[in-house]
Write a protein that binds this ligand. Sequence first.
Ligand code: PEP
Ligand code: MN
Length: 342
Amino acid sequence: MMIVMKPEATEDQIGDVVARVSSTGCSAHVSTGEVLTVIGAIGDREKVQALGLEGAAGVDHLVPILKPYKLASSQFRKGEPSVFEVDDVRVGGDDFALIAGPCTVESREQTLEIAHCVSEAGAAMLRGGAYKPRTSPYSFQGLGVEGLRLLQEAKEETGLPIVTELMDVRDVEDVAEVADVIQVGARNMQNYNLLTEIGRTNRAVLLKRGLSATLEELLMAAEYVLKEGNERVMLCERGIRTHETAYRFTLDLLAIPALKEMSHLPVIVDPSHATGRRDWVRPMSMAAAAAGADGIIVEVHNEPEAAICDGPQALPTEGFADFVAQLRAVADVAGKELAATA
Ligand code: PEP
Ligand code: MN
C-alpha cells in the first residue's frame, strides 16, 4: 500500500503515519519528493487498511499496490501464462482450443450427430447443456441427469472431453461425474457458494463473465475457485450489456489482451451468446482468434431451425468443417495451433 501525503503535510504528520504503520508490524518506507512525500507500507495490506488512514491528518490518498485477486493475478506466476490439460487437450500457451456443440442436449440422435460432426471437423471438446439457465421459467430447462448420460455416451463415442454447465450446488456430484470441464454460466459468475463448491472438485472450470461484470469482478470470481485448490480455470468472455441495442451483447474483444495482462489464466471467447446470430458468429470467432484468445466455444446444431434453444446462433453441422479451416488459419497467424483433425 502506498500512502500519498498532502504537499503541505508536516514532519509530525509524516512521523505519525510511519508510527501507525509500524505498529501493525508492517514496515514503512518514506520517499521524500520535491513536492510531496509518499510512504510505502510493506506487509499485511489488511492490517494497514484497518488503520483507516484515509482522512488522517496530512494524508491525501492511499494507492493499493497489489491487486485484490492474488492467485488469479499474472504476478502470482511471475508473468508466465498457465497451461494445463483437460484429458489430453492442452489449454493455453500455443494451443487454441475449439469447444463446439449444441446449446442444449435435446436427444440421443441430435447429441451424437453433432458430437461426431464437431469431432471430425477438429473440435477439441464437446459442449452441451443438461441444465439450462433460461430467462423464462416456462422455457425448456434442460434434460438434467438424462442429458448428462447422453453427453457421457457422446464422449465414449468420440473421445471428446465434455464441457457442461452446473447451475446448482445440489447437482455438483452428478455433473462432475460426466464433465471434464464444469461451466459456470454468466448468470452464476457471482454465485460464490457455487464457485467454492466447484473449486473443491477436480474438474477444470470454464468461468463465464457476468453480463455486467468488470474484468476485476471476473478475476475475483476465479479467485473463489482457485483458493480451494482447483487451478484449472479458463476465463470466458461472452459479451456484456452496454447501451448498444443493435445486437444482443457487446463482445468485449479487448478483454482478451487485458485479461492476459492481468491474469495468467487462459481466455476463451464465446461468440455465439455474444452475438445471438449465426452470421455474426464467424467474424467474431475470427476476431477472437486474431486477438490471441486461447480458444472459442461455439454452438453447433444439426437442424438449427428446429433447435429447442438458441437456434438462430447455431452454426449448422453442414459447413462446420469450412468454418474450422478458416479458424485454424487465423489462429495460426496469431501464433496458435488448433489441434489437428483426428
Ligand atoms: C451457455 O453457454 O449455454 C450459456 C447459457 O451461456 P451464458 O451463461 O454465457 O449465457
Ligand atoms: Mn445457448
